[in-house]
Design a protein around this ligand. Structure first.
Ligand code: AMP
Length: 419
């Protein structure tokens, strides 16, 4: 189906054409007519499915059909999202789709000065894209007049729920007109999300696009069994291959991310970090450098990486195995986007075996185990006199026996490979 068949208006079609989209994604084909018809909507779709355009395009079409009444501009659309990165990304998308429309936008998020955000509100805007916390601050200081609001979007509602934003969102909603169109997007439809739809929406239509719970369709996945203290050395070793040219590395903690980045920099690999201890400017810079190729590796935590939309990521490395299977799916969904083939590599220590089995049940398939010689946790430590002289070099592999079991066939010999 061509975009033209959806009735979006010529100026929007021109912008879509400029963006190089040839036809709507499934979530767009399903959601756009419902939104244009004025229904509330629940969209069950993950980042990477084209969901931002699915809610933005029809809202822009509706806004562009409304002629101003001569009074100063007041926000007509509010989009709430859980992280600053996602806010910035939604903004980037809307600016592309609305490039031929005379609409003004404001971004509202914490960690930076309020003043320009307050000024933008005063100057008059049509669309506000915001994180709930800072927006609530501005509402409480009476800097926002949402009396003309017609559209509300809650993006990544499941993550906002997980992050504890719901009480703030409830208070934001008190400042909005009751008569409005409300669209809610979530990666999963849980009981809690259903309860929120009853609270925030009226007879919503549901659009559900096959969950990418099986990212295996485009992403090659494997795990390396590795000793905890050898993870940095294994990562540096894998990065010896030029195939890993744009690598997103996930760690469990912010300090862990900093540590990994420091170690990689020491081996000459250009690396940036993305986590919530970094300032907004540093985070945007890290993303920009990663996108442009100025840094080869971006080390991130789950929350900061939420919604990262970067084309061409060659590999995702789970330096620390994620605690929740959903996070694994989100992480590896960063690669293999737009049908590119990407690799997801996970490091697991003996402690991660339980979560790995849980994950395999969750995604409904087993994941290939690899052993990188010299790093793997089955190998006993070599006798002292056989330690390598170069302290940075990997230890020579020994054994390959599981305790009490027969010798295991090595899957790898010589230099570790990752495919
Ligand atoms: P999203 O799920 O909104 O994060 O979008 C994922 C990526 O798909 C973004 O890079 C969009 O620019 C891109 N995209 C959205 N809609 C289309 C489309 N109809 N055709 C091709 N790419 C698209």
């Amino acid at each position: 189906m061509p975009f033209r068949a959806l009735g979006l208006g010529d100026l929007i079609l021109k912008a879509i054409d400029d963006a190089g989209y040839t036809e709507p994604t499934p979530i767009q084909a399903a959601a756009i007519p419902e939104v244009l018809a004025g229904h509330d909507l629940i969209g069950i779709a993950q980042t990477g499915t084209g969901k931002t355009a699915a809610f933005t395009l029809p809202i822009l079409a509706k806004l562009s059909g409304v002629v101003g009444d001569g009074t100063p501009r007041r926000p007509r659309v509010l989009i709430l999202a859980p992280t600053r990165e996602l806010v910035a990304q939604i903004d980037e998308n809307i600016r592309a789709y609305a490039k031929y429309l005379p609409l003004r936008m404001a971004l509202v998020y914490g960690g930076v000065s309020e003043r320009p955000q307050i000024q933008a509100m005063r100057d008059g805007v049509d669309i506000v894209v915001a994180c709930p916390g800072r927006l609530l601050d501005l509402i409480q200081q009476r800097h926002c007049d949402f009396s003309k609001l017609t559209h509300l979007v809650l993006d990544e509602a499941d993550r906002m729920l997980d992050m504890g934003f719901i009480p703030q969102i409830r208070r934001v909603l008190k400042a909005l007109p009751a008569k409005r169109q409300t669209l809610m997007f979530s990666a999963t439809l849980s009981k809690e999300i259903e309860e929120l739809t009853h609270e925030f929406q009226r007879s919503p239509k549901i659009v559900q696009i096959g969950r990418r719970a099986n990212p295996a369709a485009t992403v090659t996945q494997l795990v390396y069994e590795v000793q905890q203290h050898l993870k940095p050395a294994l990562l540096a070793h894998l990065l010896g291959s030029s195939e890993l040219n744009m690598v997103l590395v996930f760690t469990r903690t912010k300090h862990g991310a900093d540590r990994v980045a420091r170690k990689l920099e020491q081996t000459g690999v250009k690396t940036a970090t993305l986590h919530s201890n970094r300032s907004q400017a540093q985070r945007l810079r890290a993303l920009a450098d990663f996108k442009s190729g100025a840094v080869r590796v971006l080390v991130a935590t789950d929350i900061a990486a939420r919604g990262i939309d970067v084309d061409g990521i060659s590999h995702v490395v789970n330096f620390d195995f994620p605690m929740h299977s959903e996070d694994y799916v989100h992480r590896i969904g960063r690669t293999g986007r737009a049908q590119a083939i990407g690799d997801a590599i996970s490091f697991i220590t003996p402690d991660d075996r339980g979560p790995l089995h849980t994950l395999e049940r969750f995604i409904g398939r087993g994941i290939v185990r690899k052993r990188a010689e010299g790093f793997d946790y089955h190998a006993p430590a070599p006798p002292r006199d056989e330690q390598p002289r170069d302290p940075r070099g990997p230890r020579p592999a020994r054994g390959g026996f599981r305790s009490g079991g027969p010798p295991r066939q090595r899957e790898e010999r010589g230099r570790p490979r990752y495919r």
